[in-house]
Structure formats: structure tokens, C-alpha cells
Design a protein around this ligand. Structure first.
Ligand code: NAD
Length: 261
């Protein structure tokens, strides 16, 4: 077993489910101390018990917080540093898809909601974590964008705007902070089978969503959904010291779908 994260402190938002949970498990297996943030405290407890199954001595802090609330973000960063004294890696990942609709019908409230979680939440996280990392003189950040942050998907105005914004933030801040030894990158997952994607398929057809899923992945070169643990492997690599020179860029993990036409 690799020990890339021995003595390292990793902060993860959206850690109660899907990609955040899978990444927590992977880095816990490799020795990380974890500060796990989510809106849903029951799901955080679930992640913690799974972490302790794979890494019984793991040091885990759970923080219930809404990433769209700047004060709550300032607080989760403060609590993490109070307990662990540093932040080596930050997986800035919490996000929602929002309701699918044509642009004209998308709705201002829905647009604001999706952008405030997916984009403002990522910005606030970077704002407070980067201050800590600049003072300590090291660190890496992985922001969760999406294929919807590098390509048009359709029916997802809020999601597309927010995820393209995450890519912009990543490029901008990566340029600023490289000189301090800090690397900042984004991942652009395609369809990975998590509760979020299940919910999305159920929006299309609640009774037949598994069949809808099969049709959905048909155009993918690999003809399948990605697995959360595959994203966990990528995030662990990107937050490890091995990936320090990868900066201000976006890494797709989508079976090749975003390059197909
Ligand atoms: P998920 O729904 O399984 O997990 C998201 C987690 O974020 C949940 O535990 C939820 O409680 C938490 N969360 C939601 N809003 C929050 C808020 N305001 N504050 C704090 N926590 C909040 O979804 P997932 O598939 O694991 O998605 C994780 C990230 O990956 C999201 O940013 C999503 O947009 C992105 N993404 C997912 C896919 C995919 O196919 N699954 C593809 C591209 C991008």
C-alpha cells in the first residue's frame, strides 16, 4: 500500500457522498488525516465509518457546513487548521446539478442556487484555503468542474455557467499561486455513477432510469459510466506531491467522451 499521504492533512467538501467520499477513502488508505465537510451530517457519519473500515487509525474531523455560506466556509477552514495545524490538500468538490430545463425556462432562482453552491462555494473555499497555504508555503487544490465546464451539455444553464466558472477560477488562481509552491487544478468528470447522476437519470424517467442510463452511455467511447473510485485515484494523485508541477489546468475523466464529435 502506498503511503503518499502519511502525515498529510486533506480537506474535502461534499465528502458525504459520491466523488468526495470515494476520494476520502482512497487518501485515508494512503495515510491521510481528513477534514470532511458536507451539508448533510448523516452522510458525513457514513463516510467516517467507511473511512475507519479501510483505515482504522485515521484521524477524521467532520464539519457540517453549507459551502454557499461564506461564514461557514471561513469556519470550516479555521476548524481544520485549529485541529490539524495545516492543510496539505484541498478537494473543493461540493456541488449540485440543479433542475434540467431550456435556458428560457431555467428560472432565476434555480440559476442563482446552482451558481451560489457550485461557483461561489468553490471561490470561498479557495479564498480561505489559499491564505493558509500561502502562509505555510505549500499545498495543492483540486476543484471539481465537469465535462459541462469545458463543453456544452444542454438544459443545464446554471450548471454549465458555474462549472465553466470553476475552470476560469482554476486557471486564474493557478497562475497567481504557482510562485508560492501551490498548485491548483480542476477535474472534469464525465458521467460517474453517483447519487447525483442517479437523481439526474430519474429526472428523465423515474420508473425506467436504469434503461435511460444504458442509452445515456451508449455514445461514450467506453460505453459505461465512470466509477467514483476511479475519480478517487485521480484526485489522490493530483493532491499528492507527485503532481505538484501540474498547475492551472483541467483534467478530464470521462472515457474520452469530451473529445468525440
Ligand atoms: P453527490 O450528490 O453524490 O455528492 C455531492 C455531495 O455534496 C453530497 O454529499 C451533498 O450533500 C454535498 N453538498 C451539496 N450541496 C452542498 C452545499 N451547499 N454545501 C456542502 N455540501 C453540499 O454528487 P457527486 O456526483 O459526488 O458530485 C460531486 C461533484 O462532482 C459535484 O461538484 C458535481 O457537480 C461534480 N461532478 C459529478 C459528476 C458525476 O457524473 N457524478 C460529473 C461531473 C461533475
Amino acid at each position: 500500500m502506498s503511503n503518499r499521504f502519511d502525515g498529510k492533512v486533506i480537506l474535502i467538501t461534499g465528502a458525504g457522498s459520491g466523488l468526495g467520499q470515494a476520494s476520502a477513502l482512497q487518501m485515508a488508505k494512503e495515510g491521510a488525516k481528513l477534514s470532511l465537510v458536507d451539508l448533510n451530517s448523516a452522510s458525513l457519519e457514513e463516510t467516517k465509518s467507511k473511512v475507519l473500515e479501510v483505515s482504522p487509525n485515521a484521524d477524521v474531523l467532520l464539519i457540517t457546513a453549507n459551502v454557499a455560506d461564506e461564514k461557514a466556509v471561513e469556519n470550516y477552514v479555521k476548524e481544520t487548521v485549529e485541529k490539524f495545524e495545516k492543510i496539505d490538500g484541498f478537494f473543493n468538490n461540493a456541488g449540485i446539478e440543479g433542475k434540467q430545463n431550456l435556458t428560457e425556462d431555467f428560472g432565476n432562482d434555480e440559476f442563482d442556487k446552482v451558481v451560489s453552491i457550485n461557483l461561489n462555494g468553490v471561490f470561498y473555499g479557495m479564498k480561505y484555503v489559499l491564505k493558509v497555504m500561502r502562509e505555510q508555503g505549500f499545498g495543492s487544490i483540486v476543484n471539481t468542474a465537469s465535462v459541462g465546464g469545458i463543453r456544452g451539455v444542454g438544459n443545464q444553464s446554471g450548471y454549465a455557467a458555474s462549472k465553466h466558472g470553476v475552470v476560469g477560477l482554476t486557471r486564474n488562481s493557478g497562475i497567481e499561486y504557482g510562485q508560492y509552491g501551490i498548485s491548483i487544478k480542476a477535474i472534469a468528470p464525465g458521467a460517474i455513477m453517483t447519487p447525483m447522476v442517479e437523481g439526474s437519470l430519474k429526472q428523465i424517467d423515474p420508473d425506467n432510469w436504469e434503461e435511460v442510463g444504458k442509452q445515456f452511455v451508449e455514445p461514450n467511447p467506453m460505453k459505461r459510466f465512470g466509477k467514483p473510485e476511479e475519480v478517487g485515484y485521480l484526485v489522490a494523485f493530483l493532491l499528492s506531491d507527485q503532481a505538484n508541477f501540474i498547475n492551472a489546468t483541467v483534467i478530464p475523466i470521462d472515457g474520452g467522451q469530451s473529445y468525440k464529435y
